[in-house]
Ligand binder design. Sequence first.
Ligand SMILES: [Zn+2]
Length: 166
Amino acid sequence: MAPFKFCPKCAKELVDRDDGGAQRRACPDREGCGFVQYENPTPVVAAIVERDGSVILVQNKGWPSTWFGLVTGFLEKGEEPRSAMLREIREELTMTTSEISFVGHYAFEAMNQLIIAYHAVVEGEWTLGDELAAAKAVPIDKVKPWPMGTGPALKDWLEQRKRTAP
Ligand SMILES: [Zn+2]
Protein backbone atom coordinates (compact mmCIF):
# COMPACT_ATOMS: atom_id res chain seq x y z
CA MET A 1 0.00 0.00 0.00
CA ALA A 2 1.32 3.47 -0.88
CA PRO A 3 1.81 5.80 2.07
CA PHE A 4 -1.19 8.00 2.86
CA LYS A 5 -0.88 11.76 2.41
CA PHE A 6 -3.80 12.55 4.68
CA CYS A 7 -4.94 10.97 7.92
CA PRO A 8 -7.55 8.25 7.18
CA LYS A 9 -9.22 8.96 10.54
CA CYS A 10 -9.44 12.77 10.65
CA ALA A 11 -8.17 13.96 7.21
CA LYS A 12 -5.37 16.20 8.51
CA GLU A 13 -2.19 16.18 6.44
CA LEU A 14 0.25 13.59 7.80
CA VAL A 15 3.69 14.59 9.05
CA ASP A 16 6.94 12.68 9.54
CA ARG A 17 7.51 11.70 13.12
CA ASP A 18 10.21 9.82 14.97
CA ASP A 19 8.50 6.83 16.56
CA GLY A 20 10.84 4.94 18.86
CA GLY A 21 13.75 5.32 16.43
CA ALA A 22 11.75 4.68 13.25
CA GLN A 23 10.59 7.46 10.92
CA ARG A 24 6.85 7.15 10.32
CA ARG A 25 4.06 9.17 8.75
CA ALA A 26 1.68 10.18 11.50
CA CYS A 27 -1.26 12.45 12.23
CA PRO A 28 -0.17 15.84 13.64
CA ASP A 29 -3.04 15.56 16.14
CA ARG A 30 -1.21 13.18 18.42
CA GLU A 31 -3.59 13.51 21.38
CA GLY A 32 -6.98 13.73 19.68
CA CYS A 33 -6.41 11.30 16.80
CA GLY A 34 -3.13 9.44 17.22
CA PHE A 35 -3.03 7.75 13.81
CA VAL A 36 0.39 6.35 12.85
CA GLN A 37 1.07 4.71 9.49
CA TYR A 38 3.15 1.65 10.32
CA GLU A 39 3.49 0.35 6.74
CA ASN A 40 3.83 -3.26 7.87
CA PRO A 41 4.62 -5.62 5.00
CA THR A 42 1.76 -7.37 3.22
CA PRO A 43 2.00 -11.18 3.20
CA VAL A 44 2.02 -12.77 -0.25
CA VAL A 45 2.03 -16.49 -1.02
CA ALA A 46 4.22 -17.77 -3.86
CA ALA A 47 4.50 -21.24 -5.43
CA ILE A 48 7.27 -23.00 -7.28
CA VAL A 49 4.91 -25.09 -9.41
CA GLU A 50 6.55 -28.30 -10.59
CA ARG A 51 5.24 -30.63 -13.29
CA ASP A 52 7.14 -33.48 -14.98
CA GLY A 53 10.61 -32.13 -14.23
CA SER A 54 9.76 -28.52 -15.15
CA VAL A 55 8.84 -25.40 -13.23
CA ILE A 56 5.80 -23.53 -14.51
CA LEU A 57 6.49 -19.79 -14.62
CA VAL A 58 3.75 -17.27 -15.24
CA GLN A 59 3.40 -13.77 -16.62
CA ASN A 60 0.83 -11.48 -15.06
CA LYS A 61 -1.23 -9.26 -17.35
CA GLY A 62 0.53 -5.90 -17.78
CA TRP A 63 4.04 -7.27 -17.31
CA PRO A 64 6.67 -6.85 -20.07
CA SER A 65 6.60 -9.86 -22.43
CA THR A 66 9.99 -11.15 -21.21
CA TRP A 67 9.00 -11.24 -17.51
CA PHE A 68 7.98 -14.50 -15.90
CA GLY A 69 7.68 -15.33 -12.22
CA LEU A 70 6.20 -17.72 -9.73
CA VAL A 71 2.46 -18.03 -9.14
CA THR A 72 1.69 -15.51 -6.40
CA GLY A 73 -1.31 -14.10 -4.63
CA PHE A 74 -2.67 -12.29 -1.63
CA LEU A 75 -4.31 -14.00 1.30
CA GLU A 76 -8.02 -13.56 1.85
CA LYS A 77 -9.05 -12.48 5.34
CA GLY A 78 -8.62 -15.40 7.76
CA GLU A 79 -7.17 -17.70 5.13
CA GLU A 80 -4.32 -20.14 5.90
CA PRO A 81 -1.26 -19.53 3.67
CA ARG A 82 -1.32 -23.13 2.38
CA SER A 83 -4.97 -22.84 1.42
CA ALA A 84 -4.29 -19.51 -0.29
CA MET A 85 -1.51 -21.14 -2.30
CA LEU A 86 -3.72 -24.02 -3.42
CA ARG A 87 -6.46 -21.56 -4.36
CA GLU A 88 -4.08 -19.40 -6.40
CA ILE A 89 -2.81 -22.42 -8.36
CA ARG A 90 -6.41 -23.43 -9.00
CA GLU A 91 -7.47 -19.91 -10.05
CA GLU A 92 -4.41 -18.92 -12.12
CA LEU A 93 -3.58 -22.23 -13.83
CA THR A 94 -6.76 -24.25 -13.24
CA MET A 95 -4.52 -27.04 -11.96
CA THR A 96 -4.89 -29.35 -8.98
CA THR A 97 -1.96 -29.73 -6.59
CA SER A 98 -1.02 -33.22 -5.43
CA GLU A 99 1.79 -32.24 -3.06
CA ILE A 100 2.78 -29.04 -1.27
CA SER A 101 5.78 -28.23 0.96
CA PHE A 102 7.07 -25.07 2.59
CA VAL A 103 10.23 -23.45 1.16
CA GLY A 104 10.76 -20.28 3.23
CA HIS A 105 9.87 -16.69 4.10
CA TYR A 106 11.40 -13.81 2.13
CA ALA A 107 11.28 -10.06 2.64
CA PHE A 108 10.59 -8.21 -0.63
CA GLU A 109 11.49 -4.73 0.46
CA ALA A 110 10.78 -2.90 -2.83
CA MET A 111 7.12 -4.01 -2.65
CA ASN A 112 6.93 -4.01 1.17
CA GLN A 113 5.83 -7.64 1.09
CA LEU A 114 6.59 -10.78 3.04
CA ILE A 115 6.72 -13.69 0.59
CA ILE A 116 5.63 -17.07 1.96
CA ALA A 117 7.00 -19.57 -0.54
CA TYR A 118 5.90 -23.13 -1.24
CA HIS A 119 6.81 -25.88 -3.63
CA ALA A 120 3.77 -27.45 -5.27
CA VAL A 121 3.58 -30.51 -7.51
CA VAL A 122 0.81 -30.44 -10.12
CA GLU A 123 -0.37 -32.61 -12.97
CA GLY A 124 -2.15 -32.08 -16.28
CA GLU A 125 -2.46 -29.10 -18.62
CA TRP A 126 -2.99 -25.52 -17.55
CA THR A 127 -5.66 -23.04 -18.59
CA LEU A 128 -4.77 -19.43 -17.87
CA GLY A 129 -6.87 -17.60 -15.31
CA ASP A 130 -8.00 -13.97 -15.56
CA GLU A 131 -4.84 -12.48 -14.04
CA LEU A 132 -2.35 -14.17 -16.37
CA ALA A 133 -1.08 -13.25 -19.84
CA ALA A 134 1.13 -16.33 -20.34
CA ALA A 135 2.70 -19.39 -18.74
CA LYS A 136 5.64 -21.58 -19.68
CA ALA A 137 7.23 -24.79 -18.42
CA VAL A 138 11.00 -24.50 -17.97
CA PRO A 139 13.06 -27.66 -17.29
CA ILE A 140 14.38 -27.55 -13.71
CA ASP A 141 18.03 -27.68 -14.83
CA LYS A 142 17.43 -24.67 -17.13
CA VAL A 143 15.49 -22.40 -14.79
CA LYS A 144 17.46 -19.33 -13.61
CA PRO A 145 16.40 -17.54 -10.43
CA TRP A 146 16.11 -13.75 -10.62
CA PRO A 147 17.59 -11.56 -7.88
CA MET A 148 14.43 -9.94 -6.49
CA GLY A 149 10.98 -10.83 -5.23
CA THR A 150 10.26 -14.54 -5.54
CA GLY A 151 13.66 -15.28 -7.17
CA PRO A 152 15.49 -16.03 -3.89
CA ALA A 153 12.82 -18.64 -2.99
CA LEU A 154 13.41 -20.39 -6.30
CA LYS A 155 17.19 -20.23 -5.73
CA ASP A 156 16.87 -21.81 -2.27
CA TRP A 157 14.60 -24.54 -3.57
CA LEU A 158 17.02 -25.39 -6.40
CA GLU A 159 19.88 -25.59 -3.87
CA GLN A 160 17.85 -27.74 -1.45
CA ARG A 161 17.02 -30.02 -4.32
CA LYS A 162 20.67 -30.41 -5.33
CA ARG A 163 21.62 -31.26 -1.76
CA THR A 164 18.95 -33.95 -1.41
CA ALA A 165 19.38 -35.42 -4.92
CA PRO A 166 20.66 -39.00 -4.88
ZN1 LIG B 1 -5.74 12.08 12.39
